[in-house]
Design a binder for this molecule. Structure first.
Ligand SMILES: C[S@@+](CC[C@H](N)C(=O)[O-])C[C@H]1O[C@@H](n2cnc3c(N)ncnc32)[C@H](O)[C@@H]1O
Length: 227
């Protein structure tokens, strides 16, 4: 399914009354550049229909930029313009949509099995006019022999061992996993050691990234390369 690329300005209202969304931290507008209005529109979708449809919890409105949009956007620092990115378990488009906004020449595939979430994603991708985004309704492990990515991204989907098992066959040689992880990452990586060796993957690198000082709490991006 591809977005039809409708221009943002012609589109219907995001939904019910707009709640008070967290003010984006200083530097956010510069970070997104020309994509900032679309990022703001995305924040509005998350804060309205995103909550109504159950894709995001109501308490997240107070930390929509720091904890979600920017926390995910910084992954784009490790994505090149010619990459084909499969965002596994995209949910409300995180991190896939912020990456698509920052890397308009990269191709982003949002992979999500749940029908209602896919419906919401289609609505939002169309509204934002994201022509570099495709949505695939599937479990990622069903995509072997159908899709191939140079990058696989994931946040809050599964532990590293499962992510490796699910995605290794849809990552092209030289491609990589970029997983947003929390404080438990070291333990997850210890458990993944054997698999990393078995499948001849690179030693994981943990990038601690704050978007040039925008994020008070930096994101942790684990990078594992398929040799
Ligand atoms: C906790 S949500 C995280 C959503 C989003 N990545 C975020 O950070 O907000 C996990 C998502 O993974 C999806 N999921 C579960 N199993 C999956 C699979 N095998 N392949 C792809 N997505 C899956 C779920 O439907 C759900 O939307």
């Amino acid at each position: 399914m591809s977005s039809s690329g409708s221009p943002m300005t012609d589109l219907p209202e995001t939904g019910s009354e707009l709640p008070e969304i967290e003010t984006p931290p200083v530097g956010t507008e510069e970070y997104f550049g020309a994509a900032f209005p679309a990022a703001q529109r995305y924040a509005e979708h998350l804060a309205t229909t995103g909550i109504e449809w159950g894709l995001i919890g109501p308490r997240e409105v107070d930390r929509l930029w720091t904890r979600h949009i920017l926390n995910c956007a910084v992954v784009a620092e490790y994505v090149g313009e010619s990459d084909v990115v499969g965002d596994v378990g995209s949910g409300a488009g995180l991190p896939g949509i912020p990456i698509a906004l920052l890397r308009p020449d990269a191709k982003i595939v949002l992979i999500e099995p749940m029908e209602r979430r896919v419906e919401w994603l289609s609505m939002v991708v169309d509204d934002l006019g994201l022509e570099n985004v495709r949505i695939v309704r599937a479990r990622v492990e069903e995509l072997v022999d159908e899709e191939m990515f140079t990058v696989v991204t994931a946040r809050a989907v599964k532990a590293m061992t499962t992510l490796i098992e699910w995605t290794r066959e849809v990552i092209s040689p030289g491609g990589r996993i970029l997983a947003l992880k929390g404080a438990s990452v070291e333990g997850e990586l210890v458990k993944a050691k054997k698999l990393i060796k078995r499948y001849r993957l690179s030693q994981p690198k943990i990038h601690v990234v704050d978007g040039g000082g925008i994020l008070e709490v930096p994101s942790r991006v684990v990078e594992i390369v398929k040799k």
